[in-house]
Design a protein around this ligand. Sequence first.
Ligand SMILES: Nc1ncnc2c1ncn2[C@@H]1O[C@H](COP(=O)(O)OP(=O)(O)O)[C@@H](O)[C@H]1O
Ligand SMILES: [Mg+2]
Length: 396
Amino acid sequence: MNGPAASTSRPAAAAPVRLLHLEDSEPDHALVLAQLRRSGLQVAARRIETRAEFEAALEQRWDLVLSDYHLPGFTGLQALQLLRARAAAQPSAPPLPFVLVSGQIGEDTAVEAMRNGAADYLLKNNLARLAPAVEHAIDAARTQRARLAADRELQVSRRRLSELAQHLQTSVEAERHAIAREIHDDVGGSLTALKFDLDWIRRHAESPAVHQRALAALETVTNAIEASQRIMQNLRPAILEQGLVAALQWMTLRFEKRTGIACELRTGGGFQREAVGLPPGVALVAYRTAQEALTNVGKHAQAGRVVVDLTLSGGVLSLEISDDGRGLSQADLAKARSFGIRGLHERATTVGGWIDLSSGAAGTTLILSVPLQGAAPPPPDPSDPDEAENSAWSVL
Ligand SMILES: Nc1ncnc2c1ncn2[C@@H]1O[C@H](COP(=O)(O)OP(=O)(O)O)[C@@H](O)[C@H]1O
Ligand SMILES: [Mg+2]
């Protein structure tokens, strides 16, 4: 088991092992090197013996520390602790592997060394296992380094993905905003002008036939105006300008009418009096969360009743949507083509909030929480003052 070829996984032409040897006896150092070289390991070694030398040497690159236990004014255990303290200060790099090679030190000390993270422990009078122990320690450190690097990459890539998803959420909102504005300014303006003209024709019509035609045309234009308003409302909830509570009232009423599922809105905290001035980004996130959660209840829950509860307590806005339906499973949430709830998580993050979801036999509850102080900057504000609904639409 200690033959050079049997245990080695290092390529024959590998760079020499950079070995830092804490050892106060030159003959013991020579013995260790001879043992390693006999096993076929290429070694570039340096012997040191004091704490100061050790600390200075750690500024350079090493593959492994071999250490005696008894050193001048210093012990192998202390060297190990020093190494670990340095490693703790740089969590991105694994500590240097450390192998204790000493005379008899007693089982307790050996166990303590292992517990403190030593890779191995060998007795000087039995160095047969030295080369495999060194190689194993170096391999283990290399694997750990690779795993740390992979973990780091995974974290970075997760963060990028989440940033991208958040960016998409806000760009979709900005795009909807732009389309709503165009419908409002172009289509809305023209339809309104048309309606005025038709009304004028109706009033000045001399023949009943023209009067009749003008009336019919007025009705068509009115329908077109209503359709445009509906589309705009879906693209960009103008109702939010009357406050989140008013918007949720309108949404829950429409939901109940459309689906026949009883839908109750409860408000608590400052919301009872609609006294809360929310950052527009937060109101929009809350609105979209309620919209998606209610759509899910209508589509999936087979519920008889749903409660939307909006409260503000301890500076945290909380919007809870609970149904009494069939509940959902982890498998539901893992569906490859379902992005509703995933999107809500990302959307909540854009305003410094988060989503909690719980589900059981009694139904499903989705909660949006957003701390209002120190919230993240809101996404592009889709309710500029210049967009206020003072428009030609409301004249009619
Ligand atoms: N309130 C609910 N009650 C029961 N199941 C639900 C509920 N909300 C979501 N689900 C389940 O979770 C899945 C994922 O929801 P979602 O992410 O909104 O995607 P989608 O609605 O497009 O399927 C749904 O397909 C459904 O199976
Ligand atoms: Mg959905």
